[in-house]
Design a binder for this molecule. Structure first.
Ligand code: WTA
Length: 637
């Protein structure tokens, strides 16, 4: 098996290398990555079966991997397991019952502390209410909520009864929410009256009302009270959660559904290159095994840890590493409701100090953003509880890496730069504490993952040469299909190189085999780590009466990584103006969400297109950056 090139001798590496300290190694679960990697690759099924033993199954699997219908791989076939049971109920039998599961802090300083037992009671109550509203196994439930404890509670409650949740990030607005409700045909939408961000109320309920107006599948809207400001309630359709939770049917235990390992747990939409967003489907069994293992080994989670993942539960990072994996591990987590700079730029550092956070997991955008305020803000706080740091979502530039390492980690805390995608469920290319680090590199594949950088024909690229990042074997955390569109799943991920998973990212490896992720090769943008499709932005623009045609591209942005630039052809009768540009930016923000607000609108007379009428975004990018325009043979006259 050709695995030795991946695990080059990590004791002798070239370039700027940060070797783990004896203290870090001493504490780590995994002290010898290369031999673990070798062992995993020699017998993948045995390796994953051993990992799965750490979870609790109602019925053990008959087969670890069923690859009889590629690329629709099945894991732990015949096994019965429920992820909610493993995240919550399991701890009722141990001392962790009264351990803190979650410290929640609101923007205004309000706090809630939930033990595992508290969580157990809350999840049962919520699940009882879902059942009373007629929700059954296999039903889809859309969740659109601010960052409050009821968000993970609602997710766990769905999982408990075998309903499939589809969480839509509350930073998205009407259009994005509507298309996701439609695609999943959700019967129920769970939301809150509002949330707080930067001291202001975010009107989640009103957004839901607008989105649901055109969604006939929705029977009920369940509203958790957070802000307690007045919101419209439609009689017979809308209920306040606390009012139902008080009723007799909501009391007591709600039995756990004994779901199949391959039963869907959730749908999570990612922006596609064209057309509708893609609903990634994750399942109860393999997904649980994968995220449990990756979190345990990469962040070396032990009982004394205080884990803080700053992501929103509405993104895959939050699904895997705020909600499910930390709870399955019995960890104590911190969740913060609001903005990092509210009311001052040391808010995050004060949270680290206050709760004694030991592991902090965040994004390069957040690091760059906070770095701009200078070292004084973090230096004013005690950050000595930290022992490990992490990043995710976009490539981290070496300057930001070094700042994070030096100013936040005080040179003691290794940085786990984890590369993965919604599609992969969990970390794929990532260090572990025992792996030497290089700034800007996500280092090496997780045990059980064979990855490479290849050219157009699938041949490995020589060191330093950019190519496509591919995954060459199946893994338990992989998304199983695209909801309602299996053909698109095959076409998007498994057709360019049959048998291999096509990530859509470009990367290069250095002479030691270390991976450096460069960025997307398709029309997906990463704005502040958020994944957006050019198609969504473009269709928002053409929905405006003044716009005839539009193209959106991403250009480098100092803090956000990428900023959105739009090229717009106006309809006859409209003239370009600064006021119209601003109106269009607001229009996009209103339809998709504030994160999609374009940096700039450029009015143009025509767009570069292929003869078949496809916009050549790469030509727009090259022109904007003053780079060579490349092959123009398909450009129309
Ligand atoms: C990018 C987020 C560089 C990448 C978990 C990928 C990264 C996309 C990293 C998936 C990283 C994620 N270094 N790039 N450590 N992590 N990406 O689905 O382009 O929101 O394809 O999942 O984020 O974004 P998604």
């Amino acid at each position: 098996m050709a695995v030795k090139e991946i695990v080059a001798d990590i004791r002798h590496l070239s370039g700027e290398v940060y070797y783990p300290s004896p203290e870090v190694l001493e504490r780590a679960y995994i002290k010898d990555y290369p031999s673990l990697y070798q062992r995993a690759m020699q017998d993948l099924e045995a390796f994953w079966a051993e990992r799965a033993e750490e979870l609790e199954w109602f019925r053990k699997w008959d087969r670890v991997l069923d690859d009889s219908n590629k690329p629709f791989y099945k894991w732990f076939v015949g096994g019965k397991i429920n992820i909610c049971y493993n995240a919550v109920d399991r701890h009722m039998k141990t001392w962790r019952k009264n351990k803190v599961a979650l410290y929640w802090e609101a923007e205004n300083g309000e706090r809630r502390v939930l033990s595992y037992y508290d969580l157990y009671r809350e999840v049962n109550r919520f699940a009882n209410v879902l059942k009373a509203l007629g929700i059954r196994k296999g039903d889809r439930v859309t969740i659109y909520m601010p960052r409050i404890p009821e968000l993970p509670i609602a997710m766990l409650a769905c999982a408990r009864i075998g309903a499939i949740h589809s969480v839509v990030f509350a930073g998205f607005s009407v259009e994005a929410l509507h298309t996701r409700i439609e695609d999943s045909k959700s019967r129920l939408v769970i939301t809150a009256d509002g949330g707080y961000l930067n001291g202001r109320i975010v009107e989640t309920k009103r957004t839901v009302d607008e989105a649901v107006r055109r969604s006939p599948s929705v029977e009920h809207v369940l509203v958790v009270r957070r802000t307690r400001h007045e919101v419209p309630m439609e009689p017979g359709r809308d209920y306040f959660y606390d009012e139902l939770a008080r009723l007799p049917f909501a009391q007591g235990e709600c039995p756990v559904e004994e779901t199949d390992a391959e039963d869907p747990l959730y749908i999570l939409y990612t922006s596609g290159t064209t057309g509708a967003p893609k609903g990634q489907v994750h399942v109860h069994g393999g997904y649980a095994v994968y995220i449990y293992t990756t979190m345990k080994w990469v962040f070396d989670i032990k009982d004394e840890d205080i884990w803080w993942c700053t992501a929103d539960p509405g993104w895959v990072t939050g699904h895997s590493y705020i909600v499910y994996a930390p709870l399955m591990l019995g960890a104590t987590s911190v969740m913060y409701e609001g903005a990092p700079t509210y009311p001052y730029p040391d808010r995050w550092w004060s949270i680290v100090e206050k709760y004694g956070v030991t592991v902090l997991y965040t994004t390069p955008t957040a690091i760059r953003g906070l770095m701009r305020f200078g070292d004084e803000w973090p230096n004013r706080r005690h950050l000595s509880s930290l022992r490990l740091l992490g990043t995710v979502g976009e490539p981290i530039n070496p300057e930001a890496w070094r700042w994070y390492y030096r100013v936040i980690g005080k040179g003691r805390c290794p940085i786990m730069d984890t590369w993965w995608m919604t599609e992969t469920g969990g970390f794929m290319i990532t260090p572990m504490p025992c792996v030497p680090l290089k700034p800007g590199s996500a280092t090496l594949p997780f045990p059980g993952i064979r990855a490479d950088v290849v050219d157009e024909n699938g041949n490995p690229c020589p060191p330093g040469v950019e190519g496509y990042l591919v995954i060459q074997n199946p893994w338990p955390g992989m998304s199983r299909t695209l909801y309602g569109d299996p053909d698109r799943y095959v076409k998007t991920y498994w057709s360019k190189y049959p048998g291999w998973f096509f990530t859509g990212d470009s990367a290069r490896r250095d002479e030691d085999g270390y991976f450096y992720i460069i960025g997307r090769v398709d029309d997906v943008l990463k704005v502040s780590g958020y994944r957006l499709g050019t198609a969504e932005i473009e269709s928002a623009l053409v929905a405006h009466p003044a716009v005839a045609e539009a193209a959106a591209i991403g250009l480098p942005h100092e803090v956000k990584g990428e900023g959105i630039h739009c090229y717009v052809i106006l309809k006859a009768g409209y003239t370009p103006s600064e006021a119209l540009a601003e109106e269009l930016r607001q229009h996009v923000a209103q339809l998709i969400g504030p994160i999609a607000r374009p940096e700039a609108i450029h009015f143009v007379d025509k767009l570069p297109k292929t003869r078949s009428g496809k916009i050549m975004r790469r030509v727009l990018r090259a022109r904007a950056l003053g780079l060579p325009e490349g092959d123009l043979s398909t450009l129309e006259e």
